[in-house]
Write a new protein. Structure first.
Ligand SMILES: Cc1cc2nc3c(=O)[nH]c(=O)nc-3n(C[C@H](O)[C@H](O)[C@H](O)COP(=O)(O)OP(=O)(O)OC[C@H]3O[C@@H](n4cnc5c(N)ncnc54)[C@H](O)[C@@H]3O)c2cc1C
Ligand code: FES
Length: 359
């Protein structure tokens, strides 16, 4: 009898494990769950992961620049019905009215059966692209242009100003980068990537990324894009790698024959931070409607700089008249954008005509 005791115990343990697995499959994290998307589409998912990961496993991509670490605030989504309380990690990114409306961070909310999710239709068109790095160009000591040729799918439609996410090869970190290329070229995209000291993704891109490397891109995303239906004069303001989406916007305006007046302010510290100066000076010669105003806040003596000197806010102020009929596109650091918006407001721009991406 005692000879069989270990076998009996093992059998009972196996039976209990089997029952637990079955119960988990039926009622627990592995159970199938139905998500109701935009009121009418039912999506059957499994697992106990976050809304962000679960949807991306099902080829629905909510933007994220931090890969789900609750540090970018980009992954907002709208829930209806049984909305969970806000977590402390979500609070810095949500206004009171967003919380009341049922907006949450999709990387902080786990999927639940019968969960009702509303996503803007534009998001449902974002895809995952397999690409290959075909060009890397050093634009300044800390900014590189990287071209990704799209392999599968082999083309992308994007609005100039939008961004894509990149799963940085080798380290699998996800980051967002604005598209800097001409939207008319749909077989590749270009990004202008500035080295952030100790930054994971940018250190990899600047020190290790090679032509021929494969990369996964996701997108396109974003509400920062050229409003083509408008005929308002345009003010563009950029700093650092914020030149990326503005470059794409200008490619498009050039293709349209520069139908609107455009003043483009680019703020940098000294000459070593300037890039694409020739490109935009040429554009200025070609189109009287376009004016490029690079401004240096602290030029070196050796720079021999003859252009505008001062903070970009002061230069913007000096060159702006009444902006009540204008439209503005700003891209750069949060500090620069906030300060420039104050100047635009002083010149009577309408809040609804100001578009920006802060990073
Ligand atoms: C919509 C959108 C578009 C973007 N487009 C571009 C683009 O076109 N070009 C571009 O270079 N970047 C762009 N970014 C920023 C980019 O997504 C990364 O945040 C940035 O490249 C840093 O990544 P990292 O992994 O190297 O640094 P991380 O490892 O994430 O950060 C390292 C440290 O640096 C700090 N840090 C992070 N970002 C910055 C920053 N920009 N400046 C100073 N300190 C920082 C972090 O707080 C952290 O302490 C964009 C971001 C968003 C949200
Ligand atoms: S993915 Fe960055 S906050 Fe959610």
């Amino acid at each position: 009898m005692y000879v069989f005791l270990p076998l009996i115990i093992l059998g009972v343990l196996l039976l209990i494990t089997g029952i637990l697995i079955l119960l988990d499959y039926i009622f627990g994290g592995s159970a199938e769950k139905t998500i109701i998307l935009n009121g009418d589409t039912e999506l059957v998912v499994t697992g106990d992961d976050t809304v962000l990961s679960t949807l991306s496993q099902n080829q629905i991509f909510i933007p994220s620049a931090c890969g789900g670490k609750a540090t970018c605030g980009l992954c907002k989504f709208h829930m209806e019905g049984d909305v969970p309380p806000v977590k402390p990690t979500e609070e810095p990114f949500l206004t009171n009215s967003e919380i009341e409306e049922g907006i949450r961070l999709s990387c902080q909310v786990k999927v639940k059966d019968k969960m009702k999710i509303l996503l803007p239709p534009g998001l449902l068109t974002a895809k995952e692209f397999h690409s290959e790095v075909t060009e890397i160009e050093e634009l300044t000591y800390d900014i590189k242009r990287v071209r990704f040729e799209l392999k599968s799918p082999n083309h992308v439609e994007f609005k100039p100003g939008q961004f894509m996410q990149i799963k940085v090869p080798g380290i699998d970190v996800i980051r967002a980068y604005s598209l800097a290329s001409d939207p008319a070229h749909t077989d590749y995209v270009e990004m202008l990537i500035r080295l952030v000291p100790k930054g994971q993704a940018t250190t990899y891109v600047h020190k290790a990324l090679q032509v021929g490397d494969k990369a996964i891109l996701i997108g396109p995303f974003g509400e920062f894009y050229l409003r083509e239906a408008s005929d308002r004069p345009i003010v563009c303001i950029a700093g650092g790698s914020g030149k990326a989406p503005i470059r794409s916007i200008l490619f498009r305006l050039k293709a349209l024959g520069m139908p609107r007046k455009v003043k483009y302010f680019f703020g940098a510290k000294s000459v070593k931070d300037l890039y694409y100066t020739e490109e935009f000076m040429e554009l200025q010669k070609e189109f009287p409607n376009f004016e490029y105003i690079p401004a240096l806040s602290a030029p070196d003596e050796s720079d021999n700089w003859k252009g505008e000197v001062g903070l970009i806010t002061d230069v913007l102020d000096r060159h702006s008249g009444d902006l009540s009929g204008a439209e503005a596109y700003l891209c750069g650091s949060p500090g620069m954008i906030n300060a420039c918006i104050n100047v635009l407001n002083k010149h009577q721009i309408k809040t609804e005509n100001v578009y920006y991406d802060k990073f």
